[in-house]
Write a protein that binds this ligand. Sequence first.
Ligand code: TMP
Length: 207
Amino acid sequence: MRGKFITIEGTEGVGKTTNMAYVQQHLQAAGINVLLTREPGGTRIGEKIRELLLDARNNDLLEDTELLMMFAARAQHLQQVIEPALKGGQWVLCDRFTDATYAYQGGGRGIDTDRIAMLETWVQGALRPDLILLLDIPVKTGLTRASERSAPDRFEQEQQSFFERVREAYLNRANNDPQHYRIIDAAQALDVVQNQIARALQDILAL
Ligand code: TMP
């Protein structure tokens, strides 16, 4: 049987890494073999593209170039890693996917959603995540957390207003498709966040 495809999304500093590990443990405890990966990245070529995208010195990178690089990395990732795993019955847990493109390049940068949808169809065909866990916190809280972690990358250098648009785009997508999205209030204590995640996984585990 084909594996399930789960993605984790959110603005900066929402706690994706900690909660990825929790999802992995939860699935493994249910006897599910899960592959963890990330975007942009997840392949040798994709990780090189990631370096270019995140390098804070690349402040001359154009918006269209950024968008196309996200999908270039995604094409590589889908063909080399995600599709073969799903076909082989493995579940895939991905740290960000195309919702991040709608949120960052669409909401944040203001690129027309139709252009993103065209690239989505081209690169992914009919493939969409089975479940999207959207970790949501106020932008300011997340940016403070992220800034305590490391020097800002090219995205983290953006203004708070950029991330407000990113968050709004994420929430709009989630609210328009409650069947596939679960909004997790990530501002709560970690055990409360993880209880919400466990509940969000119940339906997909029952399928
Ligand atoms: P992260 O791995 O620390 O979350 O960093 C990846 C950055 O790339 C993050 O700021 C969001 C951004 N990004 C996009 O802008 N569009 C995308 O499609 C993806 C996958 C990530």
